[in-house]
Design a protein around this ligand. Structure first.
Ligand code: 3HC
Length: 293
């Protein structure tokens, strides 16, 4: 099956990154969101990220113009998916919202279209089951920042066929990513390890084992992580981490995945990391300043 047209649902942090790499790979992209202001912000981020490449001589102005020309911002869901060969969904991690969206997409998308979710934890099988094409439903998990990170985690739901997996492997390779194939399980492979690791760092902060900056330096230099775990927590979003931790406890029925009280308290305070200006670091000044706990 030949994929030419891709609909990306959601123009946020993940959605605009996915739209960018797809357009750069030559696909015709419709990027859909529910409000024009989200689409405008997503398009502005794509432009800014492409222009970074221009400054470093990795991309030409012609390539930027061609990539931007392949992305169309769309408000109407039906218009976004009606001629798509592949729909990639990157909307908020709210189960009801995902299920309602997939029902509507299934009605409006062509019969041959493959449906892929960029969910970080929600069951692929549960989403596939609300459509009439569970064999064409799959997980396609990108990592933030999408233009930089080299991996797509491909997740097979209960009914996903090998043919669907092959098509998604081809698309992922074409957008410049390596793939791993994971059978469905909460958190798949990456978040199953990442979320408990970040939570352990937060438990250590809560217990006064080290300061935020020392814990980050320890793991950045001691383990060669590009970012320390608390910087990474702020980068991913503390609300997302809390959501995944709670989901793990519910799905695994195992308290080892529980969220630290400090994480829950910070989310309740609206301290959800970089996007809110406050998290383990305070982002209100020129440089992030670590908070004391
Ligand atoms: N968008 C596009 N490009 C970006 C970018 C962004 N948001 N941020 C940085 N870059 C590019 C820079 O232009 C630069 O490109 P170059 O090497 O060609 O010059 C390159 O990335 C390196 O950037 P910097 O020199 O500014 O900074 P760093 O060396 O610190 O790298 C980083 C930044 C790539 C974000 C690096 O710190 C990193 O890899 N951090 C870890 C990120 C990570 O773990 N992501 C996964 C999160 S988990 C997830 O997404 C799953 C979800 O389900 C929770």
């Amino acid at each position: 099956m030949d994929i030419r047209k891709i609909a990306v649902l959601g123009a946020g942090q993940m959605g605009n990154g996915i739209a960018q790499v797809c357009a750069q790979a030559g696909y015709e992209v419709k990027m859909r969101d529910i409000d024009q202001k989200f689409i405008d912000k997503g398009l502005a981020t794509i432009k800014k990220n492409l222009e970074r490449g221009l400054k470093k001589g990795r991309i030409t102005q012609e390539e930027i113009d061609a990539s931007l020309g392949r992305i169309k911002g769309v408000l109407d869901l039906k218009e976004a998916v009606e001629d798509a060969d592949l729909v990639i969904e990157a909307i908020p991690e709210i189960v009801k919202l995902k299920l309602d969206t997939w029902k509507a997409v299934d009605e409006a998308a062509p019969e041959h279209a493959i449906l892929a979710s960029n969910t970080s934890s929600i069951s692929i099988t549960q989403m596939a089951a609300v459509t009439k094409r569970p064999e064409k439903f799959i997980g396609m998990h990108f990592f933030n920042p999408v233009p930089v990170m080299g991996l797509v985690e491909i997740i097979k739901g209960q009914a996903t066929t090998d043919e669907t997996v092959k098509v998604i492997e081809r698309v992922s390779h074409k957008v410049g990513k390596k793939t791993v194939l994971v059978n469905e399980a909460p958190g798949f492979a990456v978040n199953r390890l990442l979320v408990p690791a970040i939570n352990e760092a937060i438990f250590a902060i809560q217990e006064g084992v080290a300061t935020v900056e020392d814990m980050d330096t320890a793991i950045h230099l001691g383990l060669n992580w590009p970012m320390g775990p608390l910087t990474l927590a702020d980068f991913v979003g503390l609300d997302t981490l809390l959501y995944i931790s709670d989901y793990f406890v519910e799905e695994f029925k195992d308290s080892k995945y529980r969220a630290p009280a400090l994480l829950r308290k910070m989310v309740r305070a609206g301290w959800v990391g970089r996007k809110s200006g406050m998290g383990f670091y305070d982002y209100s000044g020129e440089k992030p300043v670590p908070n004391r706990f």
